[in-house]
Design a protein around this ligand. Structure first.
Ligand SMILES: Nc1ncnc2c1ncn2[C@@H]1O[C@H](COP(=O)(O)OP(=O)(O)OP(=O)(O)O)[C@@H](O)[C@H]1O
Ligand SMILES: [Mg+2]
Length: 524
C-alpha cells in the first residue's frame, strides 16, 4: 500500500480528540482508573491517504502511558507498519477502541508511546499449547509482551521458515489441532507424511490430508468450488443491500455459520503447482481461506509481491541462509537474528505488529491422540483396499458416471447425493482418488476433474456414453460464480466509497461541533 500521512494542526487535533472522548463517553465507553475517568489524551490525528488521495484510515494517536490496558492485538498490520515507519516509533491498537471504531465509524485508534524495553532472554524454553482460546483465535506462542493469539483475519496468511528440527511441523500441528477443535475445515498437505500422517489425520472430520502434488491440486480445486458456493451464499445474505464483506460478516447474518478453510502446507517449495497459487489464495480469502506455508528454505522468487502481501504473518525459526531469512523477514537486522536462534520453537515473528522473538507453543502427542479419540467415533470406517471401492465410493463413482459424464465435481456431487453421502465423504474420496497410488483423475477442466483411464481399468467400471454428452460443463456454478464475482467487486468498491464518505462526514461533523480546546487542559 502506498500511503501518505497528513497530520492535523495541533489545535484541530486536540479538538477532534476532545470531541471524540466526549462522544465515546456518551456511548458509555468510559474508563475508570486510579486517575479518574478518561485519562486518555489524544496527541495527534492522522489521515492516511492512498496515492489517489482517497481517505483510507483515520488514526487517533493516544498517549499510551495513560491507557489502563495494554494490548498486542492489531487490526491492519499494513497500516500500522506504515504509520510506524513514518512516525519512527512502534504503534499498537487498543482492542476496546478498535471495537468502538468499528461500531461508530472511525477506523483505527492507536497509541504511540513506546512500551518499556523488552528484556532479553526472558522467554521460556518451552511452553505447552494452552487450552484452545474461545471464539476464533488461534494461540501461537509467547512473546516478550505475553501470549500471542490471533484470529484468521489477523493472521491473513502465514509463511514459515526453519532449518530441519527447528519446529515447523510443530507449529503447523498446533494450528491444525486448534482449528480442528473449532470445527474449521482443514486441508493438510505434507509430502513427507510426517507432519500430518495420513493414517492419523484422515480420521478426523472435517479434515482432508494428502502427501502428493495431485492431492494438493485437487484440494485447490475443492477450495475453489467451495468458495464459488460461498460466493452464491453471500449473494443470498445481503447486508444493507450488499453481499457480506467476508466470512466473519457473513456469519453474523447467516442462519448457519460457515467455518474458515485452513490450508496448511509443509515443504511448500517442493510442489510445482499447475495453477497460480497466489491468485487462488487471494481471491478466496474473503470466503474464509487462510493459508500457512512452511519450508526450510525460501528464495525471493518463492515469495513474489502478490504472495508476500497476502501472507502477511511471518514466522522464521533458525534458518541456515541469510537468503531464506531475507525472503521471509523484512529487515536485514531481524533476518540476521534468525540465523542465530538456538532454542527449538524459538522464532522471529511479526505477529505482534513488529518483529520480535517468540517461543512457539509445543504440541504434545497426547493432544493429538485426544483429538483423534474425540473425533474417532465419526469416521473409523477403515481404509478400503487398494482398488476395491467402499460403498460410499461406489455411490460416488456411479453418480459421476451416470449423471456427470465422468467428470468429478464436489459441488455437483453434493447436490446429487444430498442425504446419502456426506460432504466429507465426497472430499475424502476426492483426495484419495487423486493420490499417487491411484491417479484416478485427469487434469481439471472447468470446475471438475474427468476420471482417468486408470480409474476405469482399476475399478472395472465402464465409461459413460459420451455421445449424449452435449455441453457437460456449461456449469451454472461457473457462470454464476463469475457473474457473482463481477457484481461483488463493483458493489464492494461502492461499499468502500460509501464508508469512506461516511468517515469523512463524521470527522467533519466532529470539527463542526468544536468545543473549547481549553477544556482538555482540565483533563490532564
Ligand atoms: N515450540 C517448540 N517448543 C519446544 N520444542 C519444540 C518446539 N517445536 C519443536 N520442538 C522440538 O523440536 C523437534 C523438531 O520439531 P519439528 O519436527 O516441528 O521440526 P521441523 O522444523 O518440522 O523439522 P524438519 O525440517 O525435520 O521437518 C520436536 O521433536 C520437538 O522436540
Ligand atoms: Mg517438519
Amino acid at each position: 500500500m502506498s500511503t501518505s500521512i497528513q497530520a492535523f494542526r495541533e489545535n484541530e487535533s486536540r479538538r477532534l480528540g476532545f470531541d471524540l472522548v466526549v462522544s465515546m463517553a456518551s456511548m458509555g465507553l468510559k474508563r475508570d482508573t486510579g486517575r479518574g475517568v478518561w485519562p486518555v489524551l489524544f496527541r495527534d490525528i492522522f489521515v492516511l491517504e492512498d496515492e489517489h488521495g482517497v481517505l483510507r484510515h483515520t488514526v487517533y494517536v493516544v498517549d499510551a502511558k495513560r491507557l489502563p490496558v495494554r494490548t498486542t492485538q492489531i487490526s491492519d498490520r499494513g497500516v500500522l507498519n506504515t504509520l510506524s515507519a513514518v512516525a519512527k516509533r512502534r504503534v499498537f491498537v487498543d482492542p476496546e477502541f478498535e471495537l468502538a471504531g468499528i461500531r461508530h465509524g472511525f477506523s483505527l485508534v492507536v497509541e504511540m508511546t513506546p512500551r518499556p524495553k523488552r528484556q532479553r532472554m526472558s522467554l521460556p524454553q518451552s511452553v505447552r499449547l494452552p487450552d484452545t482460546p474461545e471464539g476464533d483465535r488461534i494461540a501461537l506462542g509467547v512473546g516478550p509482551g505475553g501470549p500471542v493469539a490471533m484470529t484468521r483475519k489477523e493472521i491473513r496468511g502465514m509463511i514459515v521458515a526453519g532449518a530441519p528440527r527447528t519446529g515447523k511441523s510443530n507449529l503447523l500441528r498446533s494450528i491444525a489441532v486448534q482449528a480442528a477443535r473449532k470445527g474449521w475445515r482443514l486441508f493438510l498437505v505434507d509430502p513427507q507424511d510426517h507432519t500430518f500422517p495420513i493414517a492419523v489425520w484422515e480420521r478426523l472430520d472435517p479434515v482432508s490430508v494428502t502427501n502428493c502434488i495431485d492431492g494438493f491440486n485437487a484440494f485447490l480445486v475443492d477450495i475453489e468450488e467451495e468458495c464459488a458456493r460461498r460466493s452464491r451464499l453471500f449473494n443470498q445474505h445481503l447486508i444493507d443491500g450488499l453481499p457480506p464483506e467476508d466470512l466473519e460478516a457473513y456469519n453474523t447474518v447467516a442462519d448457519e455459520a460457515l467455518p474458515p478453510l485452513v490450508l496448511l502446507v509443509d515443504e511448500f517449495n517442493s510442489f510445482a503447482l499447475r495453477v497460480e497459487f497466489a491468485d487462488i489464495a487471494r481471491r478466496n480469502q474473503k470466503y474464509g481461506l487462510m493459508c500457512v506455508l512452511a519450508a526450510h528454505s525460501w528464495r525471493a522468487r518463492n515469495v513474489p509481491p502478490e504472495l508476500s502481501e497476502l501472507m502477511q504473518s511471518r514466522v522464521c525459526f533458525r534458518v541456515e541462509s541469510i537468503e531464506t531469512a531475507r525472503a521471509v523477514v523484512h529487515s536485514t537486522a531481524d533476518a540476521r537474528a534468525a540465523l542465530h536462534l538456538e532454542q527449538q520453537g524459538r522464532a522471529i515473528t511479526n505477529l505482534t505488529g513488529q518483529y520480535e522473538t517468540m517461543q512457539v507453543y509445543l504440541v504434545e502427542s497426547g493432544e493429538i491422540v485426544a483429538l483423534m479419540q474425540a473425533g474417532a467415533t465419526q469416521q473409523f470406517d477403515g481404509r478400503p483396499a487398494r482398488v476395491a471401492l467402499s460403498e460410499t465410493e461406489q455411490a460416488i463413482a456411479d453418480a459421476v458416471i451416470a449423471n456427470l459424464y465422468g467428470v468429478f465435481s464436489v459441488d455437483r456431487l453434493r447436490r446429487l447425493l444430498a442425504g446419502s453421502v456426506s460432504d466429507r465423504q465426497i472430499r475424502n474420496a476426492s483426495a484419495r482418488w487423486a493420490a499417487a497410488d491411484r491417479r484416478w483423475f485427469e487434469a481439471p477442466i472447468g470446475t471438475g476433474r474427468p476420471l482417468s483411464e486408470r480409474f476405469y481399468e482399476q475399478t472395472g467400471l465402464s465409461q459413460p456414453d459420451r455421445a449424449g454428452q452435449g455441453t457437460p460443463l456449461e456449469t451454472e456454478s461457473e457462470q454464476g460464480g463469475k457473474a457473482d464475482q463481477g457484481g461483488k467487486a463493483g458493489k464492494g468498491q461502492e461499499n468502500r466509497r460509501n464508508r469512506e464518505a461516511d468517515e469523512v462526514a463524521w470527522v467533519e461533523g466532529l470539527i463542526a461541533r468544536t468545543r473549547a480546546p481549553d477544556r482538555l487542559a482540565g483533563e490532564a
